[in-house]
Design a protein around this ligand. Structure first.
Ligand code: AQP
Length: 350
């Protein structure tokens, strides 16, 4: 992972790492390679890690309540199956910590419309969800800033698509600190050097997204091996007939090479040497096989965890208690600075 040049003070051993995913559907290989698999080693490298299931973000698209509940539990099981350890990390549901919503409002008063209008993800999603371009979709990055700033997070491991949102979170934090002194920790993104933007298998100029309408476009973490292989065999490439890493002119082949390398650990030179004099068929099949091998333990562990709903609920309940307690510090500081407290307290607070 890339450490941002602007590294915050303190050593890893005193720092907090935080990240999240939306329960908007099963996670994709992109979510896994770009984000989740990096969360696991960070648990050993940082003093505190928090992994959130951001159900409030999911509401920018209309959700069926029963399905949303189910997806939250599935995502919790995915986190654990990928290796997030509830003994070392706080795993919690965003809406179960009401301070996220309160901080979202407070931060929105420190965010300019023009800043939100520049967000490329909003522009892309507004194109996709033409019938429901709600204010929540527009102000999504403010809620994301609240998710991060609420816990004094130093590092935020994300895929490249979230970089612009992270920069906004940094700008908002810096702006507030400029007015009131140090209220927020200014967070640094941690963006993987490899596979930070896994591409759509049918249109490799776009990122792989869980909400892409075509099933062939995305590999889901829980896809059966035969399905994974089929999707890779049907992946869009080009008519050049040469395996080389040229993202501009051969985006499909470059994407397959990236996925192959991320799942096997091979360097670019090794992978190119491995496939030299081969046709695309071998690249597709071997990439599919490498993905199957990488995802196999996740799928097995996931099935075991889904048979233990009581355990999963217990993890999320404990996570919410811990997250609420942690959030109090930052909220208290900010409320006091803004003049929302009377004699250092708020009526009704315990
Ligand atoms: N294609 C990708 N390559 C690398 N990383 C990716 N991430 C997402 N897609 C890719 C990273 O996964 C983490 C969790 O993402 P999210 O659930 O918060 O939502 P998202 O970024 O909006 O991902 P999707 O799959 O595109 O969701 P939908 O379709 O619901 O909008 C983030 O760290 C993200 O960077």
């Amino acid at each position: 992972m890339n450490q941002n040049d602007n590294a915050s003070e303190g050593t890893n051993q005193s720092q907090t790492v935080l990240s999240a995913a939306q329960p908007t559907g099963q996670l994709t290989l992109g979510n896994y390679l770009g984000a989740l698999r990096h969360w696991v080693p960070l648990q050993d490298q940082y003093a505190n890690s928090l992994y959130c299931i951001v159900d409030l973000h999911a509401l920018t698209v209309r959700q069926d309540p029963q399905e949303l509940r189910q997806r939250v539990m599935e995502l919790a099981a995915i986190y654990l199956a990928c290796g997030i350890d509830p003994q070392r990390s706080t795993i919690f549901i965003q809406s179960h910590v009401p301070a996220h919503s309160e901080l979202n409002w407070l931060l929105s008063t420190f965010t300019q419309m023009g800043e939100l209008e520049r967000m490329t993800q909003f522009k892309e999603k507004a194109q996709r969800h033409k019938t429901n371009i709600n204010a929540g979709l527009f102000s999504y990055p403010v809620l994301m800033a609240a998710d991060i700033l609420l816990y004094d997070a130093h590092k935020v491991p994300v895929g490249e698509d979230q970089k612009q949102h992270l920069e906004l979170a940094r700008d908002i934090a810096t702006r507030v600190n400029g007015v009131y002194g140090k209220i927020f920790q200014v967070p640094d993104p941690l963006i993987a050097k490899e596979a930070a933007r896994v591409k759509d298998l049918q249109d490799p100029t776009k990122k792989m997204s869980k909400s892409a309408p075509s099933e062939l476009a995305k590999i889901m973490l829980l896809d059966e091996p035969a399905k994974i292989l089929k999707k890779f065999k049907k992946a869009v490439t080009d008519s050049e007939g040469v395996i080389r890493y040229d993202e501009q002119n051969q985006p499909g082949v470059a994407n397959l090479l990236t996925i192959f390398r991320a799942c096997t650990g091979q360097s670019e030179e090794e992978a190119l040497a491995h496939f030299s004099h081969n046709m695309y068929g071998k690249l597709k099949v071997e990439t599919g096989e490498a993905v199957i091998a990488a995802l196999d333990p996740v799928r097995t562990r996931y099935q075991e965890l889904m048979d233990e709903p009581g355990y999963l609920a217990g993890v999320l309940k404990e996570g919410a208690v811990q997250a609420r307690a942690r959030a109090e510090g930052v909220m208290g500081r900010f409320q006091e600075a803004l003049g929302l407290t009377l004699d250092g307290t708020r009526f009704g607070d315990a």
